[in-house]
Design a protein around this ligand. Sequence first.
Ligand SMILES: [Zn+2]
Ligand SMILES: [Zn+2]
Length: 368
Amino acid sequence: MSTMARGAVLRAFNEPLTLEAAPVPEPEPGALVASVDLGGVCGTDVHLFHGNLPIPTPVILGHEAVGRVEKLGPGVTADFNGEPLREGDAIAWASNIPCGRCYWCVVEKERTLCENRKVYGINQRFDEGPRLSGGWAEFIYLQPGSAVFKLPAGISPEQAIALGCAGPTAVHGVLEIVGIGVGETVVVQGSGPVGLAAAMYAQLAGAARTIIVGGPASRLDLARSIGVGDVHIDIFATPDPEERRRQVLAATPRGRGADVVLECAGVPSAVPEGFELVRRNGRYLVLGQYTDRGATPINPHVITRKQLKVYGSWAFAEAHYARYVDTLPQLAARFDLGRLVTRYPLEEANRALADMASGSVMKAVLAP
Ligand SMILES: [Zn+2]
Ligand SMILES: [Zn+2]
C-alpha cells in the first residue's frame, strides 16, 4: 500500500479545490482502507462548494464512491450482508454512519434523521482523525460502523456509481416511503440523477407509464435513449405550466391525473405545479428539495379537495443502500447505466464540479 494518498480538498467555499496528500492510515479494528476506483460528483457537492450548507473545512469532498478493499482492519471478515470480504474485492459503501443511539435512531427508527451522522465527503475533516474521509481521493478510510457492500457479480464500478447517491435516495423515497403499485401512472418532475433514479425504480416496481417532466432536451434524450420514462415533456420547449398540465393529464388514464407524482426537480415552484398533476386521492412525494431554495405559494385547498397524501423523504440509510446494491443487477439489465457517466481524472475535480453545476453532463465521475 502506498504510504501517501492524494485527495481533492475544499479549504474555503467558492475557492478551487486543491490536490493534497495525507498518509494512508493502518486500519483500526472494525475499519478498512479502500482504494477508490470512481468518486461521483453530485448536485449536493455543487451546493457544498458554494457554502450553501454548514460543513466543516478543510474537507475532502465525495460522498459517492466505489473502490476496492486495500487493507482490512482486525476483525473485519465480511461485508454488511455477511459475504466474506477479501483484499482486492470490489466494494461500495453507504456514505453515512448513523449513531444508532439517539431518539431518531432508536425511538423513531428513522436513521436518515439521525443528528449525529458521520458523512464521508461532507462532515469528516481533512485536518484531523484519519483525514482520508472523502471519495475524491486515491484512498478512503472506512471507519468502524461503515456499511460496506461487495458489488454483485457482473456489476462494474461504473454501473455502481452511475446513479450516485440518487440510487439509494430513490429506494428510500420511491420504494419505501411512497411505494409504487403495479400498473400505476407515475409523473417524475426533474430529469437529473434523482429524477432518472426515481423513474427507473418506478419502472422496476411495475408502473404502467412513467412520465418525465424535465429538461434540457439533451437530458431527456439521454433518458429516452436508455429506456428511462415512457413520455418525456421538455419544460423549455413547453414553458407554460398550464400547457404542461394539459399534456401530462392527457397521458394519464381517463385524464384524471397521475397516481403518484415524484418531485425530483429541487425547484420550489415544482411543488404547486406537481399538485395539479396528481389525481384525487393520489400521492405526492417531495424528494428533490435538498437545499433550502426558499418558499413558494401553495394553495392548501388543493390538498384537502383532492385528499392528497403528501410525503417527504430525506436521503437514505444503510438499509436503503443495501437494497440499492441488491437491485443493481436489475437496474443494469434494464438500463444502460454506463451511458450516464462522464469520467474525469482526479486532477480535474474543479472542471467536473463546474460541469455538474452547468448541467452539461448527467453524471460527472472522478477516476483517481
Ligand atoms: Zn449526493
Ligand atoms: Zn442517531
